[in-house]
Design a protein around this ligand. Structure first.
Ligand code: SAM
Length: 345
């Protein structure tokens, strides 16, 4: 049976606050500016480089992001694919840094990258107004790292990129590590030490069924409880209080308060009830959930000549229909048509 999408009440549309029909306020936008990547991580890609979806012009992303900011978005995270591959990124950040939220504050501007090009770009990005970066790093051991990225020499480049970004003040610098049983779960304790030695925040992420191929099984996921248990055997972990309800990571420090690790557990302890995020793909489609089965062609409407008021109404209505939650691991679960690299992680 077809289920009609909920319609946002007119009053809600008038106040221009981005809420969904489940009462969640949406203030976090992730924007992919390319689905090209210079890494072929084994758990993400099937082995080919290259884009599957068209890219918009930098000024088109800017126009679309402004619509969201005028509707209440407060955090923008630029991602991909690999966003540092995109010409015009520094200029985009410069323009975004000039925008103000509805409360009159500067936007919280972050970026997710594999770090390969940060050595060159960290300082220009900081000068342009970027606040923070998250670097994806799935091992602290060079051979394991390069077995995962399938790019020789990548470990040295990324560690250098992390240090340059940290020294440029793109902090707190977070490292995201997707854990897969049998690939890199022997890195857990090494990452805890890395967090302390390099003064970075390490986040372990449970592997989600968003890969290009068919690798995901429940058994390959290393769940939160196991990660905490394994680090706890080597070091004392002290839980930290959440800073906001929509925080995705369970955070821990160590007995001496030096260093922080976090665990993002979308599979074993889903946090959909507090989700405050929507995504814009590199070809300008709104995705209201990573696991959405439908996409909403905002760019198509812009290209067809719709004005800002009409595009804003479309965003309000689309977000109102955001899914209640994902269904990973449940019978009948359907993988979305795009994988993580093509959605924007
Ligand atoms: N190229 C950038 C990078 O490496 O961070 C941005 C894009 S990448 C797709 C964003 C993040 O998604 C990375 O941290 C990556 O490890 C993570 N990721 C990719 N596939 C995933 C999956 N199936 N489950 C969980 N995280 C995944």
């Amino acid at each position: 049976m077809a289920v009609a999408s909920p319609i946002a009440p007119a009053a809600e549309a008038k106040v221009r606050c981005l809420t969904d029909s489940h009462g969640r306020v949406i203030h976090d936008l992730r924007v992919s500016i390319t689905d090209r990547c210079n890494y072929k991580c084994v758990y993400c890609r099937t082995g080919e480089f290259g884009a599957q979806y068209p890219e918009l012009g930098i000024e088109e992303y800017l126009r679309l992001i402004k619509l969201f900011v005028n509707l209440g978005i407060e955090k923008v995270r630029i991602t991909g694919g690999e966003p540092l591959l995109r010409q015009g990124l520094v200029e985009l950040i410069e323009e975004l840094a000039r925008l103000k939220t509805l409360k009159g504050d500067p936007l919280d501007l972050a970026l997710t990258t594999n770090g390969h090009l940060l050595g060159k770009l960290a300082h220009p990005l900081k000068a342009a107004g970027l606040n923070r970066v998250t670097v994806s790093m799935d091992a602290v051991d060079a051979p394991t790292f390069e077995r995962i990225t399938r790019v020789p020499g990548s470990f040295k480049k990324v560690v250098a990129g992390v240090r340059t970004a940290r020294d440029a003040g793109l902090t707190p610098l977070k490292i995201n590590c997707v854990l897969l049983r049998g690939f890199n779960d022997n890195e857990i304790e090494g990452f805890a030490r890395f967090a302390r030695e390099e003064n970075v925040v390490v986040r372990f992420i449970e592997f989600m069924p968003l890969e290009e191929g068919r690798l995901w099984t429940p058994e390959i996921v290393v769940p939160l409880a196991e990660i905490v248990d394994r680090i706890g055997r080597a070091m004392t972990l002290v839980p930290m209080a959440p800073r906001e309800a929509s925080e995705t990571a369970r955070r821990y420090t160590f007995a001496d308060g030096v260093g922080e690790i976090g665990i993002i557990a979308p599979v074993s302890q889903a946090f959909c009830g507090a989700c405050s995020r929507v995504r814009l793909t590199s070809d300008g489609k709104i995705r209201t959930c990573l696991f959405s089965q439908v996409e909403h062609d905002l760019y198509g409407r812009m290209r067809a000549g719709e004005d800002e008021a009409s595009l804003s109404d479309y965003i309000v209505q689309t977000i109102y229909g955001k899914e209640a939650r994902h269904h990973i691991g449940e019978p009948g679960f359907l993988k979305p048509s795009r994988s993580m690299v093509h959605i924007g992680g």
